[in-house]
Design a binder for this molecule. Structure first.
Ligand SMILES: Nc1ncnc2c1ncn2[C@@H]1O[C@H](COP(=O)(O)OP(=O)(O)OP(=O)(O)O)[C@@H](O)[C@H]1O
Ligand SMILES: Nc1ncnc2c1ncn2[C@@H]1O[C@H](COP(=O)(O)OP(=O)(O)OP(=O)(O)O)[C@@H](O)[C@H]1O
Length: 500
């Protein structure tokens, strides 16, 4: 039951009428994946990681046109000539944007969907579903609509759905990008168990440290080619300098240590009023999810917000920027003035967790300036250069890789003239180099006196970008006043850091 790529090359067709193969895709890939092993595919953004997974699950060539050569096998099936449904029954898949893979309306239906479709007996499907629910700890979500799930909840449901059925192969595209540290620990433990049970695990990731100890092989890619294939232990022992040179994210679990924490105490801008929130309450139907006594996002500072999956971070972001209406008596001020939803929308810029919802233009160049008036060409070019999007100006935004889309939406947001900037998980699909450029762009916003809120589970990023670190606890658990200041955890006497 071989799973492998043998000298596989694929060039995406350009979206223009000339149908000339573009110079994007992958070249001469040969990789073997064996049962009971975990292969990590990593490398810079746009290097071809998702393309490898699309070759394995048959989306290439089924859905994506282009020039394909070589042979890809999934559990012994030739993916170029096997029906895509059959391939779907051979491997479970978690897409980079898990919401895009849901077929049904609610969690339970989604979990059962693939198994029922494969013609499994109802009792067998029920057994698979029960096992998946227990494994991923998602019983509280069982009767929920998929539409109303948070980003991390969606990712957990997608992971659970991918293991429902008789298949023993799992293809995971950035499966931890929206997971909280607790959910990542669960993820690592589940993968270890599946590996021991003989599953073939193939994971494309930037955030690699959770896969230390369970990775058997690592494939490092760059510009569509394999640059290194290393044993897991060799990969996780790469020296720090080399790791940075290769553009890889940290190999060890990051510890809390805000690089800009000192500026909080010395920069006068930080004390200027930016965005002030009092008595914020928000409910979905009868369920209250937000109850915040006080929150201040000072002008000139970057505040990082963490918290368990489903705690309400995205809801808070949507409320602040005026996309969700809080309950009466909530007071939100921008620069000392109480602002209603419409006013807040005008004064805010938001980068959503799911950036696909924010891409509207026909080309990358148009997308950057969309809604930002007449932007000078030089400014567009400088932004694209800084975010590694140069050369992609004429591409359709929907044909970009996950990380390229992410950076494009960030480019549009930072080009806008707002008072409040909110970035919701801006580092999915982002490699080390781009993490640093995004941090530096966000720091410059703060330097211009803006209020910036960064919602992220990514401590490596938070350490680089934030002045303060707040945590949002779930309202169901702690009630009114959900926000805790964790900044102090980043500085202990003697300069030592503490684990959060
Ligand atoms: N539909 C498409 N049409 C044209 N080019 C594409 C298409 N999809 C991806 N590409 C290009 O192919 C290359 C590899 O993309 P891929 O999505 O595999 O990268 P990746 O390593 O997964 O990136 P990321 O880490 O940013 O998610 C990129 O240059 C990307 O722009
Ligand atoms: N439209 C909706 N209808 C009903 N419930 C919703 C809706 N949107 C979100 N929720 C629920 O409200 C809670 C808060 O969701 P939110 O997306 O704000 O969480 P989050 O902290 O951003 O999570 P994550 O870290 O997973 O992205 C979650 O339990 C979620 O399931």
């Amino acid at each position: 039951m071989t799973t492998s790529l043998r000298d596989v090359s694929f060039k995406y067709l350009r979206e223009t009428d000339d149908n000339i193969p573009a110079d994007t895709g992958v070249s001469n890939l040969t990789i073997d994946f064996s049962p009971g092993s975990c292969t990590l595919i990593t490398g810079s953004s746009g290097s071809g990681k998702s393309t490898v997974l699309k070759l394995l699950n048959g989306l290439i060539p089924e859905l994506y046109e282009g020039d394909l050569s070589g042979r890809t096998l999934l559990g012994g099936l030739d993916t170029a000539s096997t029906d895509i449904q059959r391939l779907g029954q051979t491997a479970g898949m978690v897409f980079q944007n898990p919401r895009s893979q849901f077929f049904t309306a609610n969690v339970l239906e989604e979990l059962a969907f693939a198994s029922e479709n494969a013609g499994e007996a109802p009792e067998t499907t029920a057994q698979y579903v029960a096992a998946a629910i227990n494994t991923w700890g998602i019983r509280p979500l069982m009767n929920r609509s998929l539409q109303g799930l948070s980003g991390g909840e969606s990712q957990l449901v997608a992971c659970a759905a991918a293991m429902v059925g008789p298949q023993k192969i799992l293809l995971l595209d950035e499966p931890t990008s929206n997971l909280s540290p607790a959910a990542i620990d669960l993820f690592t433990a589940v993968l270890q168990r599946l590996k021991t049970a003989g599953w073939t695990l193939i994971v494309a990731e930037h955030r690699v440290y959770p896969l230390n100890k369970i990775t058997d092989w690592t494939v490092i890619m760059r510009e569509g080619r394999i640059t290194y294939q290393l044993r897991g232990d060799e990969f996780f022992a790469i020296p720090e300098m080399k790791r940075r040179e290769l553009g890889l994210r940290t190999l060890t679990k990051p510890q809390p240590q805000l690089r800009h924490a000192a500026s909080e105490m010395v920069a006068p801008a930080v004390t200027a009023p930016g965005v002030e929130v009092r008595n914020l309450r928000f409910s979905y139907g009868k369920r209250q999810v937000l109850g915040i006594e006080e929150l201040c996002l000072a002008a000139g500072s970057v505040v990082a917000l963490t918290g368990p999956n489903g705690a309400g971070k995205t809801t808070l972001a949507r409320t602040l920027v005026g996309l969700a209406k809080p309950q009466k008596n909530t007071e939100i001020k921008f620069q000392g003035k109480v602002c209603d939803c419409a006013e807040r929308q005008k004064r805010s810029a938001l980068v959503m967790q799911d950036v696909n919802r924010q891409l509207f233009a026909e080309t990358v160049a148009q997308e950057v300036s969309l809604g930002n008036g007449e932007m000078p060409r030089e400014q567009i070019e400088a932004l694209l250069e800084e975010l590694g999007l140069k050369g992609l100006e004429q591409r359709h935004p929907m044909t970009l890789s996950g990380g390229q889309k992410q950076r494009l939406v960030i480019a549009n947001a930072v080009a806008s003239d707002a008072q409040l900037y909110v970035f919701d998980e801006p580092t999915s699909g982002v490699d080390y180099g781009h993490l640093m450029s995004i941090s530096s762009l966000i720091r410059r916003l703060a330097g211009r006196g803006k209020s910036v809120l960064v919602i992220s589970h990514d401590l490596e990023f938070i350490n680089e970008v934030a002045d303060r670190h707040l945590q949002l606890e779930p309202f169901d658990k702690v009630g009114y006043d959900q926000i805790q200041d964790l900044s102090v955890n980043h500085r202990t006497p003697g300069g030592k850091t503490r684990d959060i």
